[in-house]
Design a protein. Structure first.
Length: 144
């Protein structure tokens, strides 16, 4: 039996296409997971900063109703400034009526649902809920 002349040589024809078909989907998936992780970390940082700002704004106010309103406004503005697209739910608790000289603090909890629908990756949820709680002390000796 006689073999063709090319039979003894190994050719590389088509190997680049095969490598691309194997490597490209893995690279796209890896980059998508990096984007997902970066978005989750950025959202967590933004919500934590909004909770801190909300707690501080509430602790400056003289009453609980003003404190709650101020915390909601400041947290929403903080999230808008960081370009985090969500509608925050802000819960504030604390004792604005503590006697002068007694330590008191205000806690603000911010919850936010972040949309992940634009990331088309298998196993990635359509949205995630991120929450953070921060505390800010009331001035012991301020007039209440």
């Amino acid at each position: 039996m006689r073999f063709p002349a090319w039979f003894g040589r190994r050719t590389q024809r088509g190997s680049q296409s095969l490598e691309a078909a194997i490597v490209l989907p893995a690279m796209v998936l890896f980059i998508g997971l990096l984007l997902f992780g970066a978005r989750v970390v950025q959202a967590k940082q933004a919500v934590t900063a909004a909770a801190q700002a909300g707690a501080r704004a509430a602790s400056i106010e003289r009453s609980s109703s003003l404190g709650r309103t101020s915390a909601q406004e400041v947290a929403a503005a903080n999230l808008t400034n960081t370009r985090t697209r969500c509608t925050p739910q802000v819960a504030v608790k604390g004792n604005w009526n503590a006697p002068i000289g007694q330590a008191a603090s205000i806690d603000a909890t911010v919850r936010c649902r972040i949309s992940m629908g634009d990331l088309v990756l298998p196993g990635v949820p359509g949205s995630i809920t991120v929450s953070a709680t921060r505390s800010s002390p009331l001035d012991r000796y301020r007039e209440r």
